[in-house]
Design a protein around this ligand. Sequence first.
Ligand code: UTP
Length: 447
Amino acid sequence: MISFKGYDDIIERIYRFNQEHVFQYWDRLNDGEKIELLEELSKIDLQMIKDIFSQKTYSIDGEFSPAPYISLPKNENEKNLFKKAEQIGIKHIKEGKLAAFLVAGGQGSRLGFNGPKGKFPIGPVSGKTLFHFHAEKIRASEKKYNVSIPFLIMTSRDNHEETSIFFKEQKYFGLNPDNVNLFPQNMIPSLDRDGKLILSGFNSIFMNPDGHGGSLTALKTSGVLDKLKELKIDTLSYFQVDNPLVKIIDPVFVGFHIMNTADISSKTLQKSYPEEKTGVFVKFAGHTIGIVEYSDMPKDKSGNTSYSAANPAIHLFNIQFISKLTDSGRVKLPYHTAKKKIVGLVDGKQKELDGYKFEQFVFDALPLTEKNVILEILRGEEFAPVKNASGQDSPDSAKELMTALNRKLLESKGITIPDKVKEIEISPLIDIAKNIIIPNTEKVLIS
Ligand code: UTP
């Protein structure tokens, strides 16, 4: 067994868990490099990694049925209830109890964009980035409700610096920098097919971000949760970086959340077609709510039209609930396993190997709630995912959806749109007045 002053406990643990291959380049390392490796290893919970590896396949426990949700309002009574929710939501927002929480630690591998996904240019006319749209929506809400709204952005170890630099360079898109808080999520080692840690260099371990479910733990470990409590924030509006149509501050949603004293509230939208490969909201036998991913759905239920409530990953979290979950440190959500090609160090050279990547999903916190609300929204009004480089859920489809929504908005105000117009972008900072004239050009930017 190797030895190093002050680190022998860690070394002993590595041997005990049969991971001593991580020391195979030990003799090539200087003391500083050895300490770096040992420090990194000291942060890995080997027992947890072993447990995850031995479970590997995540499976749904027990029976479930479709989850109940609040549908879009159809009659006067329902419309009145939505108005009441809106009033309650507005009051809550104006009291400064809400913060926006963006998860942006993903690797965006399907999109194949080099750099943080939030830097992707999505404005159909301006080419403005996803981050820019999100920040301007928050600015617009701050102005509308005359309140300051903290903007929390979870990054990952890999994209934190680039994201921070981008926000600085862009002068925080006009937001007060003191209200913008970027913090990296935690990382978890990937494993090879035999459950062994993978070296990414002579003295470093291959890790991946621990999934969007890691965001709850990261709020705690970064100290952000304590800051939010000091600011008397009680609700987090959680959203993903890749949805340019998301309504970040939505008083109706906030109102229903408050009226129901919910731990988590979630938005839902109808699947486009029964076999769509998306997660759906379900109610488990013990009356808890959850989401079952398409891949985990039993075959006999996968095309069942009753399971139509899809998950656009838009939630409100009660801060007390997050505090309770994170009391003992790491939130105990299950880990989902994905088989991946990983580039690691093998026989002194970078080589592609088969491995496993583990992630927590934020919606696995739903079954831990005592009270929750699921609210139906219209797909075309709030959801334009940018996942793939082309085709479905791509930048092109998202831009089309953005234009379609802007067209609908202008038409609802009685504004005429000339025939030539193909793409329309409206800055989130603009309140559309009735009297604007749209030029007869292919691209229209209202900013
Ligand atoms: P996705 O599940 O779409 O993953 O993330 P991704 O990493 O962005 O993209 P692919 O799968 O590699 O193509 C949904 C949201 O969750 C965030 C992403 O940044 C995105 O906003 N996320 C995902 C994290 O913040 N951390 C993670 O570890 C994973």
